[in-house]
Design a protein around this ligand. Sequence first.
Ligand SMILES: *Cc1c(COP(=O)(O)O)cnc(C)c1O
Length: 364
Amino acid sequence: MIPFLDLQRFQARHGPAIVEALSRVAASGRYVLGPELEAFESEFAAFCGVRHAVGVANGLDALHLALRAMGIGAGDEVIVPSHTFIATWLAVSLCGAVPVPVEPVEATCTLDPDRVRAAIGPRTKAIIAVHLYGQPADMAALRTLAHQYGLRLVEDAAQAHGARDHGRRVGGLGDAAAFSFYPGKNLGALGDGGAITTDNGALAARLRALRNYGSTAKYHHDVAGVNSRLDEIQAAVLRVKLRTLDADNGHRRALAARYLARLDASDLILPQVREAAEPVWHLFVVRSARRERLQRRLDERGIGHLVHYPVPCHRQGAYAGGRWPALPIAERLAREVLSLPMSPVLTCDEVEAVCDACSEELQT
Ligand SMILES: *Cc1c(COP(=O)(O)O)cnc(C)c1O
């Protein structure tokens, strides 16, 4: 049995430090907007190489509040990847703005800057670049476009904590970045959590108000905000896990290298890494026109696998009735992608076993 992601095994490694953090918070009498959050925000900002981090309740809120803090709303268009987790699109819809899907570069599954340029129109206000599967999007090209057309550039970094592009960490490569700390992410809490990172002090101040009922002084509400805060318990847990994030990502990188070497001769389409990109392999995603056969073989061997994602956003019920352009790449990816086991507690032997199962299937 090789689970897709063994969170219990991962958690066990941090056992005593996490228990210590939990009891510290339980005994402190401070549970919301306290010292653990403040400490985590400054440690996470330093990790990303930015001036500010603002903790919120989850990754969707991080994206949605980032857009709201930039003044994006009804009548505006925001460019999003056609192939992404639906939260990227929902954040735009929650603001009252319209998501405009743009197809990715197939080899990397990240936003294609040339297609972005072609999609920019008079109502376009922002671009959300998703660092999908842990690989940074081509941020240098997207920054150039954003400057040229006066657009805001937001990173959806929910799958890419610690990744680098041209040597710089994601989180500081646009105007603001949204992170999720959902348990299965590269940096995961014991429940929901999220954060926005930015170098823009005024934007950070607006976000601090927005997450807390639009309040800058207790019981004074300047804007109609929300309640979206990162609890002290989760902040304390994240501080423990942040310490090993680089090492954990290093392990993922070693496993990915093993997968790439072992599967090179197979007829699977393997993920490619753009030059200057240093991915953190949140997921290891291969493609096959014979996905179902591969899934069956992995099932027989007790090997976990998932599809990220089986239905493109524009085909979801939530977006039925929208007038979407033809999006053949998103549709093909939805049919062909398959995520193999990947985590900081997966062993090299387990990766070998997964590769054996894949190779056998492809020979028959
Ligand atoms: C997980 C994820 C989100 C949303 O994060 P939540 O904390 O689950 O709300 C947004 N975008 C991407 C790409 C994600 O993978």
